[in-house]
Design a protein around this ligand. Structure first.
Ligand code: SF4
Length: 290
């Protein structure tokens, strides 16, 4: 069975690589896909369905849409599209939109609170639906933008995990599009004629200034030096902890030489045989202990 296009073949290769690299899907898994109706989640659902039919391991899919309760939100079209493609799905109606308005201070960015609330709903439904994995549509650009945002504005060197276990230990979240670019996800959704649905919340499209700036910076860098984004993604799996300043990774007290140094036998005061071996433990701070 061939792929419908070169694009689909490329995405299948990248997604399979991610699934294998991070051991995302096991035989018998029931994978719940968080389906917002945006380009990324549609592309992910479609791609996992393609792989499901070809993969040597057997797994099933269920798409779950969390409706935040905005009046114009086209959850009906999401349900209709899933039905027409034979995808098992569930639409969960919530009052998250209203709750955010109540909780957030004026002018605050709602997206992180929104994401947390939606994640909570997804965890609950995963249990009800008997899902063993929760798949989210974050792609390679999300990973490197998050890396830069944390670096520039949060004083942390971190992106996001491709596979993680929830804090309560009950859920495994996977991001099979870690190697797939945003442009590729967009093009694939278009190619598959899936309807991109806006979330209809007042903040939709209003990315925080920091994220906008980061996106622009990456775009400019990529234009000047094609391959920059790939290099950044590669860097996330090529970490050199000893070249960082985190003392939790490199406790200074543990940094000592392990080489046995031979002392100068002509030194007065050394032992009579003239052969002295001492363990020289050199602390990074500069003090020398014998
Ligand atoms: S744009 Fe709106 S719906 Fe989307 S994450 Fe932000 S707050 Fe939530």
């Amino acid at each position: 069975m061939g792929y419908r296009s070169d694009l689909e073949a490329r995405l299948a290769k990248k997604t399979t690589k991610a699934i294998v690299d991070y051991q995302m899907i096991d035989d018998g898994d029931r994978v719940m896909v968080g389906l917002s109706g945006g380009k990324d989640s549609w592309a992910l659902l479609q791609m996992l369905d393609v792989l499901r039919k070809r993969a040597p391991v057997k797994f099933s899919l269920v798409a779950v849409n969390v409706d935040s309760g905005y009046k114009e939100y086209k959850h009906g079209l999401i349900a209709q599209t899933c039905e027409s493609r034979g995808w098992e799905h569930r639409i969960e109606h919530t009052g998250i939109g209203e709750a955010i308005e109540d909780i957030l201070d004026d002018g605050a960015t709602p997206c992180s609170l929104c994401a947390r609330l939606r994640r909570g709903v997804l965890y609950r439904i995963a249990k009800e639906a008997g899902a063993t994995k929760i798949a989210l549509g974050h792609h390679a650009d999300d990973f490197i933008e998050t890396l830069l945002l944390n670096l520039f504005f949060a004083g942390a060197l971190k992106a996001m995990p491709a596979k993680l276990v929830s804090d309560d230990g009950e859920h495994v979240v996977i991001r099979p599009f870690v190697y797939v670019g945003e442009d590729e996800a967009r093009a694939y959704t278009k190619e598959c004629e899936l309807p991109i649905i806006g979330c209809c919340c007042p903040a939709c499209g209003d990315l925080s200034l920091q994220r906008q700036r980061t996106k622009r910076l990456l775009m400019e860098m990529e234009r000047e030096h094609p391959g920059v984004k790939n290099s950044m993604l590669k860097a996330l799996s090529n970490v050199a902890p000893r070249h960082l300043l985190d003392t939790r990774l490199n406790p200074p007290g543990d940094l000592r030489t392990t080489v046995r140094l031979r002392a100068d036998p002509t030194n007065e005061g050394e032992n009579r045989a003239g052969r002295v071996e001492r363990h020289h433990h050199i602390k990074v701070a500069g003090s020398v202990r014998l």
